[in-house]
Write a protein that binds this ligand. Sequence first.
Ligand code: SAM
Length: 211
Amino acid sequence: MEATPLAPDADSSRTQFWVKRWERGKLPWDLGHVPPDLISFLDRHRAEPLDVLIPGCGSAYEVRAFHAAGHDVMAIDFSGPAVAHAREILGGLGDKVVQGNFFKHDFGDRRFGLVYERGFLCSLPPARWPEYVARISSLLAPGGLLMGLFLYGEEPEPPPYPLNDTLAAELLGPHFHLRTSQAAAADTVPVYQGMERWQEWLKGEAPDTTR
Ligand SMILES: C[S@@+](CC[C@H](N)C(=O)[O-])C[C@H]1O[C@@H](n2cnc3c(N)ncnc32)[C@H](O)[C@@H]1O
């Protein structure tokens, strides 16, 4: 996970990188609807309402799905055009979307039971990944869940920056244990095709089943 210096306009950790794409409508990651894996998760888990955070939310289709399932959801993106687009899509739920930098936003005392991932981790240069994990870990309540669609494989021209099993274990293993991992439903965008896995990482160590 070496930090490779990036030219400013190739550095996907910068707001301008993303604003440019939103302004040009160049959104190859945008699915246009809620991923089917999230719909089936919400159908299967009708437990108590959770505080849900969606970092790097883009169009934020998922806000409506979490809200409809009874959860209190907040989405955040630092690109102004992304936030405007999401608010337009969400109508009356538009105030669930905040414009801000996930790494700098003041969340106050709010701690989340669930952080939803799709297309955010892989949008960040790997040098930022430890910061992502530390931030999510600190925003999750004890026993909280980091879940969603994670990108695995090879990408000759990143972003996206996919994970592999070794990196995922190094990065997330010290803070989370992997409860579920399966190939995503086939319904995705061409740039993520065959690379997405639905994963559920629970904060904390795996329960000791030997006792
Ligand atoms: C590849 S898009 C994915 C959007 C969305 N999650 C989806 O699945 O369609 C990545 C998004 O993350 C946003 N983003 C990148 N870094 C961010 C940061 N530090 N804070 C907030 N948003 C960020 C970008 O503006 C962009 O909209």
